[in-house]
Design a protein around this ligand. Structure first.
Ligand code: PGA
Length: 247
């Protein structure tokens, strides 16, 4: 049985004044039977981890190098030291804004796993790629290129986030989500064997909101969500968590 995961990505949002949202979530979901995760900007990691109670904390990126002369970068061990147990890698905004390739993402995931973090590797097609009927080819290539060899169900999560659905209010249909999640599951089983392939959790991301979460969580092979905008406020994220608890 895969333990479901509700993950929030705060992106470049959040100051100390927003930590009350975390306290509210922790109070509301203290007895949760699922995993709950928040990934704040690095500046809030340590402060958030001190008050997050049952909610796990994660980074939004890490360096592939362990340490050294890399101004502005943050290593996986530094994230762990600040209280993180997960890190999001290869988010489409990192791929687009910072030119991260599949190889970059794989090296970062390797470093994250070596440091004892669980890597959430993101994949997803652009609108152009979907309209050209290339979705599964693109996802297959990203999976092959971005995931390192030595993974388990404990140290890898894969997030399917169609680029055209992120922050746009456009959600993939349940059929589209199901098709891609089944494909990702099959590829993981083929590469890593049934045991590992079936134990890796698969998240959907892209405009997940309180009003569409339950339907998305009913799709087979959807083990949770990676939520952007709707994770910033406890009033929005809490009903999404509840929908997953009840799925
Ligand atoms: P969104 O972002 O929920 O705001 O669409 C999702 C993500 O980028 O993880």
């Amino acid at each position: 049985m895969r333990r479901r995961l509700a993950a929030g990505n705060w992106k470049m949002n959040g100051l100390g004044a927003d930590l009350g949202e975390v306290e509210a979530l922790a109070a509301a979901h203290g007895e949760s039977g699922i995993d709950i995760l928040l990934c704040p900007p690095a500046t809030l990691l340590e402060r958030m981890s001190r008050i997050s109670g049952p909610i796990a904390i994660g980074g939004q990126d890490c360096a592939s190098k362990e340490h050294g002369a890399h101004t502005g970068d943050i290593s996986a061990a530094m994230l762990k030291d600040a209280g993180a147990s997960y890190v999001i890698l290869g988010h489409s905004e990192r791929r687009a804004d910072h030119g991260e390739s599949d190889t970059d993402v794989r090296e970062k995931a390797r470093a994250a796993i070596a440091a004892g973090l669980c890597a959430i590797v993101c994949v997803g097609e652009s609108l152009e790629e979907r309209e050209a009927a290339n979705t599964l080819d693109i996802i297959g290539g990203q999976l092959a290129g971005s995931i390192p060899d030595l993974v388990t169900g404990e140290n890898l999560v894969v997030a399917y986030e169609p680029v055209w659905a992120i922050g746009t209010g456009k959600v993939a249909t349940l059929e589209q989500i199901g098709e891609v999640h089944d494909f990702i599951r099959a590829r993981l089983e083929r590469r890593f064997g049934a045991g590992v392939g079936r134990s890796v959790r698969l998240l959907y991301g892209g405009s997940v909101k309180p009003d569409n979460a339950a339907a998305i969580f009913s799709v087979p092979n959807v083990d949770g969500a990676l939520v952007g905008g709707a994770s910033l406020k406890a009033a929005d994220f809490s009903p999404i968590i509840t929908a997953l608890e009840q799925a």
